[in-house]
Design a protein around this ligand. Structure first.
Ligand code: AMP
Length: 308
């Protein structure tokens, strides 16, 4: 089963305490696609300018990502720059040059319209809604967003949230969106708007999935090497939905496993700059990391004898 992703394709400048890179491959759709492609065929819809290097295109295609929906138009590719603080939890956006992305109107190519799973990465909510008009009958539609849209297009965002099955969103955005500081209550509020699952990403602190009648939490795996967390949230979504698309399993058990695969792909993403680690994995490494999450979280119960 295939997964369709619609979102940014970018050239990033990134500075972390461990080094810096300029003009490297980035963008939400790229991170998502590279992670998901280990599990299932990926169809990508986005836009780049004439300056987008052929080697990036070739890398994506070599990973089985179908770029029939990647438009190339006159102008420059979307560029984003960010700088991370010492512990990599704080990030300052240095610049966001939308360039050709400013006029992006997603057009879903005919052969992509039957996609069974759709991921609407962080773009304007009305464009996310426009994508849903162009696909036939996906089994799942998932959505990410960011604080900019929560603040600037709250009604449009609320409308599109009402049409999706799964939201993958970070913790501060969950609170902001629901106007509720308690994460569990915030998730409950958003669930009332329509989705049947909210997966809250908490950076190095892991993730929590909330449905109406169950919750599942996974810690962040303490990594030996963390170099650049850019794109980890999108890689998480790619692992999560790649797994769902490859199995078709949307039972609570399947969605819990998907949360672990998402966590695994997010963790790999942080181990090198740009997509360097994410693009160089094999399935065995992914399975080993899944097993590491199991070891990390396994414990048994010995009742206490009681006291006094
Ligand atoms: P994340 O670390 O999950 O926030 O994702 C970072 C990636 O998102 C980078 O590769 C950027 O190119 C891309 N990005 C940053 N800002 C935006 C934006 N406003 N819209 C779409 N993509 C963005």
């Amino acid at each position: 089963m295939s997964v369709l992703v619609v979102g940014s394709v970018a050239l990033d400048d990134v500075r972390t305490p461990f080094g810096e890179r300029e003009d490297v491959l980035g963008g939400a759709a790229v991170y998502f696609g590279l992670a998901a492609a280990y599990f299932t065929p990926v169809r990508l819809v986005g836009v780049v300018g004439l300056d987008f290097p052929d080697r990036h295109r070739e890398l994506l295609e070599s990973r089985g990502i179908d770029l029939a929906g990647l438009e190339t138009v006159e102008g420059e590719t979307f560029r984003w720059g960010g700088e991370y603080g010492y512990d990599l939890n704080s990030r300052e956006t240095l610049f966001t040059d939308l360039n050709v992305f400013a006029d992006f109107k997603p057009r879903i190519p005919e052969p992509f319209r039957d996609s069974e799973h759709v991921f609407l990465a962080n773009i304007a909510p009305d464009l996310q809604g426009g994508v849903l008009e162009q696909v036939e009958k996906p089994e799942t539609v998932s959505l990410d967003t960011m604080n900019y849209w929560i603040e600037h297009a709250p009604e449009e965002l609320r409308e599109v949230i009402g049409r999706v099955d799964i939201m993958l969103i970070n913790d501060s955005e969950t609170r902001e969106l629901a106007r509720e500081p308690n994460l569990r209550r915030a998730a409950a509020t958003i669930l009332e708007w329509g989705p049947r699952l909210i997966v809250v990403k908490k950076g190095e602190h892991g993730a929590v999935a909330f449905s109406e009648d169950w919750m599942f939490a996974v810690p962040g795996l303490p990594l030996e090497t963390i170099v650049d967390p850019t794109g980890a949230g999108d890689a998480f979504a790619g692992g999560f939905l790649g797994y769902v698309a490859s199995t078709g399993d949307t039972t609570p058990e399947g969605l819990r496993r998907a949360t672990i695969y998402g966590s695994a792909m997010g963790s790999f993403c942080c181990e090198d700059f740009s997509v360097d680690r994410l693009a160089a994995l094999d399935v065995e490494e992914i399975e080993d990391r899944f097993a590491e999450f199991r070891r990390l979280t396994r414990f048994d119960h010995r009742p206490v004898a009681g006291h006094a």
